[in-house]
Design a protein around this ligand. Sequence first.
Ligand SMILES: NC(=O)c1ccc[n+]([C@@H]2O[C@H](COP(=O)([O-])OP(=O)(O)OC[C@H]3O[C@@H](n4cnc5c(N)ncnc54)[C@H](O)[C@@H]3O)[C@@H](O)[C@H]2O)c1
Length: 361
Amino acid sequence: MGWQKIEVNSSRPYPIILGNPLSELGAYLKAHWSSTGHVLVISHPEVLNHYQAPLLSGLNDYKVDVLVVPPGEQEKSLTRLNDLTTQAVSKGADRHTLVIALGGGVIGDLAGFFASVYMRGVKLVQVPTTLLAQVDSSIGGKVAVNHEAGKNLIGAFYPPMAVWTDFSTLETLPWSEIQNGLAETIKHALIDDLGLFEFLEEHKVQIRNRESAIYREMVTRSLAVKVRIVSQDEKEQGVRALLNLGHSFGHALETYSEYQEISHGQGVSVGLVAAGYTALEKGYIQQKELDRIIRLLHAFDLPTSAPGKDPERLLQLMAADKKNRRGQKVLILPKGLGKSVIDREVDDDLILYVWEKLTQE
Ligand SMILES: NC(=O)c1ccc[n+]([C@@H]2O[C@H](COP(=O)([O-])OP(=O)(O)OC[C@H]3O[C@@H](n4cnc5c(N)ncnc54)[C@H](O)[C@@H]3O)[C@@H](O)[C@H]2O)c1
């Protein structure tokens, strides 16, 4: 099957190359950045186990060093950044070195931030290998590490030179990780693509059965929503906030659970339902549309409620959301299916009512 290229418009536009094997990335680099002689591949052990050989088979003309990072969100840290810097120096990395971030969002954010600051910035190519990274985190140029005071507090906007998406890497991804990407894909459909929502409804079984042709189309359509939005608003001054649909509610739930009990995708899933109930009360969507959202999430075993949690505490946690402005909550709500709006006028009483509904046992 052929490959496809989608341009992302940003302060430095870059292409997303879809459907080419990892082994061909080297030839692409040679054709585009002949000045590069040294490549640093940054990745996790599990990902390298599967994909180091095909990637490196195409990089014979380069001096390649592989820097290994243990898996886990805790690795998005200044400590790990410092360690990468030490290793990069010892490998002789200089301003002409190119960084390949091979992995999911953790590697994309960490290696991306490293590339943005090492010697004041070196070239970066994102090679996303999780569904979430392919449809979401590899696109849009946000890179970051965490701080004890909050997630992604130390970061930058640093567009890559290219994003290289080989769909076949998803074949080794566990279902629980696929679910995280599916939650973001349903979010993208709700924000701006009714056709994608219907595609997901029609192909639930094939998605569960991991059919590659369906994934190819789903990923391409899902990432196109993010490309359209970040191409209009690189630095999140306006429309990019729409990508936060479900996240204000979801983050409250993740924080409540201290990031242990539920995954990010599960938080987003409940968050989408919470945004749906809020939209229902505001007259933005109909009950039958909300029922379709809930049915679709169920089809992928994503949760749609949070029984037993304390609604007051969940409301309180939403007050700390980074997206709030001057104490006023900024929520993204669906308007019908396939459209969403930024709403700055949602009363706390309504949010509490929604949490009370979703936390009933
Ligand atoms: N920069 C952004 O715009 C943005 C957007 C959304 C999320 N994020 C960030 O993304 C991170 C989450 O990313 P994620 O969901 O991709 O998780 P992840 O990067 O932690 O990857 C999940 C796990 O899957 C493994 N893995 C990766 N690819 C694999 C493959 N092909 N086969 C088998 N195993 C594989 C990894 O080793 C890891 O253990 C969070 O830190 C979040 O803050 C960033």
